[in-house]
Design a protein around this ligand. Structure first.
Ligand code: BV8
Ligand code: ZN
Length: 256
């Protein structure tokens, strides 16, 4: 399905849904200028595999390398703005009878676009905490100024126990925040429409949410310029970018 035809059925599902779940991945922030998780890393980081860096083992082995990567990413994010995709999802919440936004992203752009009660499955770049005593740590507001291409940076020491402050994200091999995951599962099990937007559908347990929605009889719609493993399960695959498709979808479903 190309993005210039928006099927009438989809508009009816949007308007008629009692509960919509929106699941987003890095693709919705791509047009904000934030490289997606699996985009080839650039600059100093081009020699690393994000899958290897985004683990507790990598941080324990070289805290400065991993902290430097996250501070570089945070400085990129702080220099970007939420775009049409984030704003359209925030606006969708005002039309839908009930909407649950679940994101795999750690950039905080949904919140900056006005979405509230965002379920952040993989944590946030903006909420670091101590590796030892888990006390939260307030980062300085201004963006760190790692070299544009990035560099290792020593993580701050915890004021309470002196251990390393670590990024507030969920790494591979770590459990997701239990309440956030339970709320996401519950929403997928109760919704009648799930929109999966801008995710490669590779990471568990997030990628199980569309399956849970499908099993409960909900319609599953995917928005992604590329095919993913979700294609066969989705009731509809819209081939296009989030920033182009979402505003069109809203205008078509709720012409002002
Ligand atoms: C866990 C935070 C229990 C860090 C991230 C074998 C089989 C099954 C599972 C596993 C397995 N081995 C290990 C596991 C579990 C593992 C997992 O799923 N591994 C996968 C890769 C095989 N999962 C875990 O470890 C999770 N925890 O399972 O706990 C447990 C406990 C102990 C031991 C075992 C299990 C924790 C997973 C959380 C990892 N943390 N992020 C950070 O960000 O640095 S995940 C990371 O990937 C990002 O958060 C990212 O959001 C997420 C998913 O990626 P996407 O968002 O989809 O981004 P990606 O780049 O992949 O794709 C972008 C998509 O957008 C593409 O499809 C592209 O076409 C599209 N796109 C591009 N432009 C646009 C667009 N779409 C729309 N518009 C555009 N303009
Ligand atoms: Zn501490």
């Amino acid at each position: 399905m190309t993005d210039h035809q928006l099927p009438g059925a989809l508009l009816a599902w949007l308007r008629g849904a009692a509960h919509i779940v929106v699941l987003t991945g890095a693709g919705v922030s791509q047009e904000s200028g934030i490289p997606t998780f699996r985009d080839t890393l650039s600059g100093f980081w081009s020699r690393f595999d994000p899958m290897q860096l985004a683990t507790p083992e990598a941080f324990d082995a070289d805290p400065s390398l991993v902290w430097g990567w996250y501070e570089w990413r945070r400085s990129q994010v702080l220099g970007c703005q939420p775009i049409a995709a984030h704003r359209a999802i925030a606006e969708l919440a005002s039309h839908a009878r009930k909407l649950t936004l679940v994101t795999q992203n750690v950039d905080g752009l949904h919140e900056r676009a006005g979405s509230r009660d965002v379920l952040c499955l993989h944590g946030s770049l903006h909420r670091p905490y101590c590796r030892g005593c888990r006390s939260t740590y307030a980062l300085p507001q201004e963006a760190p100024d790692p070299a544009p291409s990035g560099q290792p940076m020593r993580p701050p020491a915890c004021p309470s126990c002196g251990d390393h402050i670590r990024p507030g994200v969920v790494w591979f091999g770590e459990m997701l925040p239990a309440e956030t995951w339970a709320a996401s599962e519950e929403a997928a099990d109760a919704c009648d429409l799930l929109l999966s937007i801008g995710t490669s559908s590779l990471v568990y347990p997030a990628t199980a949410l569309p399956e849970i929605a499908h099993r409960n009889g909900a319609k599953v719609v995917q928005i992604n310029p590329e095919p993913t493993s979700l294609d066969p399960l989705a009731d509809l695959n819209l081939r296009g970018t989030a920033a182009r498709l979402l505003p069109r979808l809203l205008r078509a479903a709720w012409p002002s």
